[in-house]
Design a protein around this ligand. Structure first.
Ligand code: ATP
Ligand code: MG
Ligand code: MG
Length: 547
């Protein structure tokens, strides 16, 4: 099921296999930087890279691109491993770019010796100024033609920690007049006096991403290096690095459009900001676009893989509607989740002609579309809860639920007729009193008369109390904002007095259910305790996705 549909990248691979460019090898990698938690965009890349390896019977590595010590942490490494495994993929090798630091350094020395790199002492501001811009060629650095020996010796001293951050860099010697800005003598190494989460203080110079990435791919024998479209203009430098460091059969970079979605923000930097500013509970807040957030929200691995499959892979940037992702989880849970009754905003309903103290166990199907899930018993009693908005004292026309004098069906139970409304001193409705008709019991084939409304209910004496969290999108459309979306301060609604059917007693963390009429819900894995269930709404029942 992890096998993905064919796409333009697979056409390139098919060509390479025919020509034998890499023999019959197909090696890919998923190369996250451990500077945050993965998001749904990364899931697209994971499904593509691992799915491609599975399709071609090749290999896919999980490789941490840990070349920037300031932003990287072990916590992120661990979360990324967990997320990849949870999505259902197994890496061939678990690798770290930092393991290649010595080899990368030696290759940089080789470039200096070939007169393809030099140590430059321009300040960052001067570098920017010398680089020029799209319509003006850059200027050569005054250090560009310093003797090879001098660059070799300075580079060694950089490594030995003799200079301050920003004092010098190692740069490639390519072409300051290139129309491609990435080819105007890009930096290969910078000085960073910071401890690295794996190499500690062994290094104080670190390779730049654009220099490190092609080498990481080549060292691992990657054949097809799949990345997002913004790296297209970096490809000439990717190729330059591999040609000048003299690899046979260098890997091939192929770019695809990154996933963008409505109502979802995909930048780790921005997600980190939400976490740091406590605008969310953490990286795994169920409103987040992170894989850990989606997991806690109740998304299943297969729903996300199906989503990745459905959006496909292309060269054209586009924004995917979030309703497609929601459609995928509804489809996944439709036949597997038990459907039960839960009252989220309770109003007491008393059946005046039902015997005091009596408990009747009524039959209910666990999933009306999947008989294989069987039946359960639901306790029915004199006092019940119904949903506050299933009753109206003065209803508009076409309101078919409960109102004075009207009769409705209580799901899986009996017809009840509203006889009386009880209010408190302030005039709030606190209770409705009904009579029931024992002849109308569900499943007995009663046909004497019909009612237009069916409402759900929970016994007021035999139930499970719970908290339920309803979510809106963390980001909503805004005409005024240039990004098109703004942070939604009202994206979380917590309901603390919810009553669920008695059978929820057995609910365990991460169990998923349909609450009749309310949507799909998951038992929260973090805030649920032995004595108190907390549910997150995964998605409502209404499917707005139609294609
Ligand atoms: P972000 O901008 O969110 O921090 P990134 O590209 O900096 O993402 P990396 O850790 O470098 O994060 O990403 C690992 C891999 O995931 C890369 O190959 C990258 O191209 C891919 N990736 C990141 N974001 C997306 C996305 N929105 N859609 C598809 N692939 C993505
Ligand atoms: Mg990156
Ligand atoms: Mg980034």
């Amino acid at each position: 099921s992890a096998i993905i549909q064919s796409n333009f990248i697979h056409n390139i691979i098919d060509e390479d296999l025919k020509k034998g460019t890499y023999g019959q090898k197909v090696y890919t990698r998923f190369p996250p930087e451990p500077n945050g938690y993965l998001h749904i965009g990364h899931a697209k890349s994971i499904c593509l890279n691992f799915g491609t390896a599975i399709k071609y019977n090749g290999k896919c590595n999980l490789r941490f691109d840990d070349t920037n010590p300031v932003k990287e942490e072990v916590e992120y490494v661990e979360s990324i491993k967990e997320d990849v495994k949870w999505l259902g993929f197994e890496w061939d090798e678990l690798l770290f770019a930092s393991d290649y630091f010595e080899e990368m350094y030696q290759l940089a020395v080789k470039l200096i010796k070939k007169d393809k790199a030099y140590v430059c002492e321009l300040t960052p501001e001067q570098m920017r100024e010398y680089r020029g811009n799209f319509d003006t060629p850059g200027k050569d650095s005054p250090y560009r033609n310093r003797p090879i020996e001098e660059s070799l010796s300075l580079f060694e001293k950089m490594r030995a920690g003799e200079f301050a951050e920003g004092q010098m860099t190692l740069r490639a010697k390519i072409d300051m007049a290139s129309p491609n800005m990435n080819m105007r003598d890009p930096a290969l190494y910078r000085i960073v006096h910071a401890s690295h989460h794996r190499t500690g203080d062994a290094w104080c110079i670190y390779p730049m991403y654009d220099y490190a990435h092609p080498l990481e791919d080549a060292i691992e024998g990657i054949t097809h290096s799949i990345c997002t479209l913004e790296f297209e203009a970096h490809r000439p430098f990717y190729d330059w690095v591999l040609i000048e460091t003299e690899w046979n059969n260098p890997p091939k970079q192929i770019e695809f459009a990154r996933l963008e979605m409505t109502n979802m923000v995909m930048s780790k930097r921005y997600l980190k900001k939400l976490v740091d500013e406590k605008l969310v509970q953490g990286w795994d807040d169920p409103r987040m676009s992170t894989i850990s957030g989606l997991r806690r929200r109740g998304y299943t691995p297969s729903s996300i893989r199906t989503f990745a499959e459905k959006i496909g892979v292309s060269k054209a940037n586009s924004e995917v509607d979030i309703s497609l992702l929601e459609h995928c989880i509804r489809e996944d849970l439709k036949l597997t989740a038990h459907r039960k009754m839960a009252v989220l905003d309770p109003l007491k309903l008393v059946i005046t002609n039902y015997p005091e103290g009596e408990v009747e166990y009524l039959d209910a199907e666990n999933n009306s579309e999947n008989p294989e899930l069987g039946n359960r018993k639901i306790p029915f009693t004199k006092e019940l809860y119904i949903e506050r908005d299933d009753f109206m004292e003065n209803p508009p026309s076409k309101y078919y639920r409960l109102f004075p004098g009207n009769e409705v069906r209580l799901r899986n139970a009996y017809f009840v007729k509203c006889e009386e409304v009880i209010k408190d001193d302030a005039g709030n409705i606190v209770e409705v009193r009904c009579t029931y008709d024992p002849e109308t019991k569900s499943g007995t084939g009663f046909t004497g008369r019909k009612v237009k409304g069916t409402i759900h209910w929970v016994s007021a004496t035999h139930n499970v109390k719970a908290s339920v969290r309803l979510y809106d999108y963390l980001f909503v459309k805004s005409e005024n904002d240039e990004e098109g979306y703004v942070y939604n301060a009202n994206s979380l609604k917590v309901l603390d007095e919810c009553y669920l059917e008695k059978s929820f007693e057995d609910a365990k963390k991460d169990d998923k259910y349909q609450f009749n009429r309310h949507g799909y819900f998951v038992v929260d894995t973090k805030d649920t305790t032995q004595n108190h269930l907390v549910f997150n709404r995964i998605v409502s029942l209404k499917d707005s996705f139609n294609k």
